[in-house]
Design a protein around this ligand. Structure first.
Ligand SMILES: Nc1ncnc2c1ncn2[C@@H]1O[C@H](COP(=O)(O)OP(=O)(O)OP(=O)(O)O)[C@@H](O)[C@H]1O
Length: 631
């Protein structure tokens, strides 16, 4: 029993020694497997502790202390060798070695198992590592993908921003381009306009120069003609004087001879007469009758010559003139005026005339005041021998321009002559001569002449206008020439519906410009009243009524219920009517009254005529608007 115990202890010691050596060898050779080496060293430690415990138990006597070397412990080898020796000497050596071999095998198996376990762990670690690596790679790829996507997004955003910026820049550029183009076109337009204006200014300048030259030519021509005429007149006068002297001398001699003869005859005759009383009486009576006949004939022929001179001397362009009246008609009118003056002085003047300076002319109060003032100024100008002021009347047709011109002439004591611009064009080349004739003729007036040119725009329009003929232009230049200086014998009054068409040189000669508008409601009311009394009142029905259309009236007109309100209503309806239209309306009323057997004018008939005249007026306006003509 003790032997076996001993052998077991020896084997254990040997095994421990061997294993220690092996462990050292392991520990030296395999640093790689740290966990295993640590566990084997622990085991070795445990083994050593177990061996020590077994040795202590088996030996129970203290082993002398071996000096401990630095790296190698010979004690174990010694103990191993001792144990081997004991084993060798033991009969159970074989069994011991078997056990040892089995232990070794089982230990190796353990080590292999541990190794396998470790390998499994290692593989697991590898797998984990690989998985981690893979995950990391995947994360990395994901991150890269994210970064790339972000990058792409960023690039895309950048590209979009760039595109937007480019687009805005392009837009700005386009706007600038358009602006530049606009500016350039404006500049071009301005340049074109400037050029056109320059060309027009040049043309105007050329026209002006041409007109100036023409005027100068006409002036020089006129002066030359005047000089020629003066020279001719001088020569004629000289010749006439010589002839007269010769004739007087001849006559004197003839008369002397005749006187001598006569005296000798007279002497004989006187002697006979003194002796015969009857013959003396007859001779005295015959001489007186002869003297009276001679005087009457001379005065009569002088008056007749003056009249013929006026009639034949009146230029053909003058349509109406106060200078062409028969001398006896002037005497009659003078007598009439005197009679009027007398009756006025006696307090029988018509209210309209005493109050209103212009008989039968209805104007707006302010216009009337101005006209009266002008008439007074013209009269005073004439009295003081100052230069006359020219006038222009403009406004729609039939507003009283001609009437006023005539009245101004009458009031200011001037002669009056009227011509129409439309008559000038048909005269062609004769027009210039005729214009000069008028102004020469105007000089014959002792009182001064108011020359009224109606439709002045027909021949005094802008000289640059294309539809103006050369003859018309010359006529206009002639008028401009004759009115260039302020005149002391002619007042020029132009009337036109289109003042804007007049040549600037013509308007330059005008001192007073007066507008004649269409009558307002108050004026229409007065006009209706005026023409009602002129055409329909029975005053002066003896045939001399100033307003009667027919001098002889066989039946009296009866006016019924035509109150102020009825006339006021008509004045309201006739808005846009001229004075002439209102006069015509009342003439129509008169015709309508004469159309009735009883010659009664009542408010119904009056209203009917007014209504159809208003309709007619609007139709005329419409037609004129369609035709593009002024009414
Ligand atoms: N203000 C007015 N007062 C009274 N009657 C007027 C007035 N205006 C016009 N008339 C009447 O109209 C007629 C024409 O007037 P007048 O010839 O003076 O007009 P006008 O302006 O010269 O016209 P036109 O431009 O056509 O020559 C006159 O005879 C008169 O009957």
């Amino acid at each position: 029993m003790s032997a076996s115990r001993l052998s077991v202890a020896a084997v254990a010691a040997a095994a421990a020694a061997v294993s220690t050596c092996q462990n050292r060898a392991y520990a030296d050779s395999s640093f790689r497997f740290n966990p295993f080496s640590s566990s084997s060293s622990q085991k070795q430690k445990q083994q050593q502790e177990a061996d020590q415990t077994a040795n202590q138990k088996s030996d129970a006597k203290p082993e002398p202390e071996e000096p401990k070397g630095a790296g190698f412990d010979p004690e174990a080898l010694e103990r191993g060798a001792k144990a081997l020796r004991e084993i060798n000497s033991s009969p159970h050596a074989k069994q011991v070695f078997d056990v040892m071999r089995k232990q070794e095998q089982s230990r190796l198996a353990e080590v292999a198992a541990e190794k396998t376990h470790y390998e499994v762990i290692q593989a697991q670690i590898d797998i984990d590592r690989q998985r981690k690596l893979h995950e990391e790679q995947r994360n990395l790829i994901q991150q890269q993908a994210q970064a790339k996507a972000q990058m792409l997004r960023y690039e895309d955003e950048l590209a979009r921003k760039r595109m937007q910026t480019d687009h805005e820049a392009q837009k700005r550029h386009n706007v600038e381009l358009v602006k530049m183009q606009e500016e350039s076109s404006i500049r071009k337009e301005q340049a074109r306009r400037t050029t056109e204006e320059q060309i027009q200014a040049q043309q105007r300048q050329t026209e002006k120069e041409r007109a100036e030259i023409e005027r100068e030519t006409i002036r020089v021509k006129a002066m030359a003609e005047a000089e020629g005429r003066a020279h001719e007149a001088k020569l004629t006068e000289e010749h006439n004087r010589r002839m007269l002297v010769e004739r007087i001398n001849g006559e004197r001699e003839k008369w002397l001879a005749a006187i001598n003869t006569t005296f000798s005859h007279i002497e004989g005759g006187v002697r006979t007469l003194l002796t015969d009383r009857n013959k003396l009486t007859m001779t005295i009576g015959g001489a007186t009758a002869l003297a009276a006949g001679i005087y009457t004939t001379r005065e009569g022929s002088r008056v007749l010559w003056g009249y013929i001179n006026r009639i034949l001397g009146q230029p053909s362009l003058i349509r109406e003139s106060s200078m062409s009246r028969l001398p006896f008609s002037r005497v009659i009118s003078q007598a009439k005026n005197n009679a009027k003056k007398y009756s006025t002085a006696a307090g029988s003047a018509t209210p309209s005339e005493s109050k209103n300076g212009f008989t039968n002319i209805i104007l707006h109060p302010s216009l009337q005041k101005r006209i009266e003032h002008l008439a007074r100024a013209t009269a005073n100008t004439k009295t003081h021998q100052a230069p006359f002021r020219n006038m222009m009347f403009y406004g729609p047709p039939g507003t009283g321009k001609t009437m006023v011109a005539r009245e101004i002439a009458r009031k200011s004591g001037l002669d009056y002559a009227m011509m129409t611009g439309g008559d000038v064009a048909p005269l062609g080349t004769q027009a210039v001569t005729k214009i000069h004739e008028i102004f020469d003729w105007a000089k014959k007036s002792n009182k001064g002449l108011l020359l009224f040119i109606d439709e002045a725009d027909a021949f005094l329009s802008e000289r640059n206008s294309t539809h103006m003929s050369e003859a018309q232009r010359s006529a206009l230049n002639a008028l401009l020439f004759r009115t260039g200086d302020q005149s002391r014998d002619t007042v020029l009054v132009l009337a036109t519906n289109r003042p804007g068409d007049l040549d600037s040189a013509v308007t330059d000669r005008i001192d007073e410009v007066i507008e004649f508008p269409l009558p307002g409601e108050e004026e229409r009311f007065k006009l209706l009243n005026l023409y009602l009394s002129n055409y329909l009142s029975n005053e002066g029905d003896s045939g001399s009524g100033k307003g009667s259309l027919f001098k002889k009236k066989t039946q009296k007109i009866t006016i019924k219920d035509i109150s102020g309100d009825v006339i006021r209503e008509a004045a309201k309806k006739t808005e846009g009517f001229s004075g002439r239209e209102i006069a015509k309306l009342m003439a129509s009323v008169q015709a309508a009254v004469y159309g009735r057997p009883d010659c009664v004018l009542d408010s119904q008939l009056f209203r009917e005529v007014v209504d159809y005249k208003v309709v007619e007026h609007h139709q005329r306006l419409k037609l004129a608007a369609e035709g593009g003509h002024p009414v």
